[in-house]
Ligand binder design. Structure first.
Ligand code: CMP
Length: 138
């Protein structure tokens, strides 16, 4: 069993489709073992995406991620990190496969509805950025 970190992003909370996204997550066999709806502040968004600070889209990304609430989640399952990346589909929805969250719901490469960790190390970091261990109840 492995854990990964997920964010349902502002474009999705704004359109009231968090339930539809959770349905796709659960249909894939992943379990949502922790979840909360929060509004990121600028410091949190900057820290969370600090690896992208030199990218041309960084300021827009921070503005977008703080524009509306997000839902942060811990997902659990066999190979959860890779599995969730398959369920999300490609970062750019134009390249995402049929049936993926981003193919079905994302608007564009920035407003791409969901985030998922890309490695074991980042999953640990990202989970502990948002959740205390007692908030992960299984
Ligand atoms: P995510 O998987 O959360 O990781 C970084 C985020 O930056 C990404 O999803 C998108 O929301 C955004 N992003 C990535 N590439 C681009 C791009 N080329 N232009 C604008 N935003 C991007």
């Amino acid at each position: 069993m492995q854990e990964t970190f997920s964010i349902i992003k502002p474009d999705a909370t704004k359109r009231n489709i968090t339930g539809s996204i959770n349905m796709l997550i659960e249909k894939s066999g992943l379990r949502i073992i922790a979840q909360k709806r929060i509004k990121l502040n600028k410091d949190q968004a900057v820290q969370f995406y600090i690896v992208h600070k030199e990218k041309s889209f960084f300021n827009d990304l921070v503005d977008y991620m703080t524009s509306e609430p997000v839902v942060v989640q811990v997902l659990s399952g066999e190979n959860a990190i890779e599995r969730y990346r398959e369920v999300m589909g490609a970062t750019n929805p134009e390249n995402a496969e049929e049936g993926t969250i981003r193919k079905q719901h994302a608007l564009n490469v920035q407003e791409n509805s969901v985030h998922g960790s890309d490695s074991i190390e980042n999953a640990k970091k990202e989970i502990s950025f948002f959740f205390k261990s007692e908030e992960i109840v299984g």
